[in-house]
Ligand binder design. Structure first.
Ligand SMILES: [Zn+2]
Length: 310
């Protein structure tokens, strides 16, 4: 029987984490959207990770998860579960963090495949020969912001600290995809491109694909200037969603809602509204729970999204 444990997450505190038993949930101190609870945070062996309730029916078919900054071994601004080899961390720490995260979620991190993420919209279909690229050997996967596969046992991973993770699952053809949709990727419609590519590669029907928009920066936290706002105005002006995507503050600044924009991209690509889980946790509202580029002024580690077919 799962017990709900709540405690103050004002400061990452491993002693408190250790007092939480496996399978218990972790909430208090995490600022969430109250009326739209789409995710669950699960504690497993000192390492909490976030899952999306929309994928619960497919737990026998695939694993998925999103890391937090808690439960790892890195120090200072990378404290503690930094999942990036390129942000100045000791590689041994990062490897240990990957080991802990993979053990918690239940995948083999030595077989993982990483995207390198250049804020573009190019996608890569992962096969057996890609296994381990980025983690145990040099990767030749370059200029890629989205990964997909239909091969069981290959964990695909993308990395974040405010940008928007998008998870995709086609239960009919047993195919998964992950994309990295920052503002450039959102204007470039990487989410829609992922749906179209899944159709080409796996014969996926858009109306069958189940998606989740993962933990990332919320509209309240995301102020942008005219140059970025104008690109969104141009792209979304005819959708009827302009009011939810962008709020004009009248001083040349705007609040941008990437979540609404990604949702619009998914709908336009044929995904059903009930197959889109919206994020209920903002990285920037919770800088002690998650890494946020904006909240930390760039002094941060990386979070990871992972999916793998069983
Ligand atoms: Zn926020």
């Amino acid at each position: 029987m799962m017990q709900r444990v709540q405690f103050d997450l004002g400061k990452p505190d491993l002693d408190k984490l250790l007092s939480v038993a496996d399978g218990d949930l972790l909430y208090r101190g995490v600022k969430r959207r109250e009326n739209d609870k789409t995710s669950t945070t699960i504690m497993h062996g000192r390492v909490p990770y976030i899952t999306y309730n929309i994928f619960a029916p497919y737990a026998d078919e695939m694993i998925h998860g999103f890391s937090t900054r808690l439960g790892g071994v890195s120090r200072e601004h990378l404290e503690s579960l930094n999942l990036s080899f390129s942000r100045g961390d000791d590689p041994e720490n990062v490897t240990e963090n990957f080991r802990r995260f993979s053990e918690a979620v239940g995948f083999d991190h030595t077989r993982a495949v990483f995207s390198d993420q250049v804020h573009d919209t190019a996608l890569h279909r992962v096969t057996e020969e890609d296994c381990g690229k980025g983690i145990i050997r040099e990767s030749d996967i370059r200029g890629i912001d989205g990964l997909m596969t239909d091969v069981p046992g290959i964990p695909i991973m993308t990395f974040f600290a405010d940008c928007v993770p998008v998870f995709f699952y086609d239960p009919e053809h047993k195919a998964i995809a992950l994309s990295h949709s920052g503002w450039r990727g959102t204007v470039g419609d990487i989410a829609g491109k992922t749906i179209r590519r899944m159709r080409e590669e796996f014969d996926s029907a858009p109306e069958r694909i189940v998606t989740a928009i993962g933990p990332s920066i919320c509209m309240d936290c995301y102020e942008v200037s005219e140059d970025v706002a104008s690109l969104f105005m141009e792209k979304y002006k005819d959708t009827g969603d302009m009011g939810t995507v962008l709020m004009d503050k009248g001083n040349g600044k705007y609040q941008l809602n990437l979540h609404a924009a990604v949702r619009r991209n998914l709908l336009a690509a044929g995904v059903k509204e009930e197959h889109i889980a919206m994020p209920d946790i903002c990285t920037c509202c919770n800088p002690r729970f998650l890494f946020s580029h904006r909240a930390s002024k760039g002094m941060r580690g990386n979070l990871a999204a992972v999916m793998a077919l069983k």
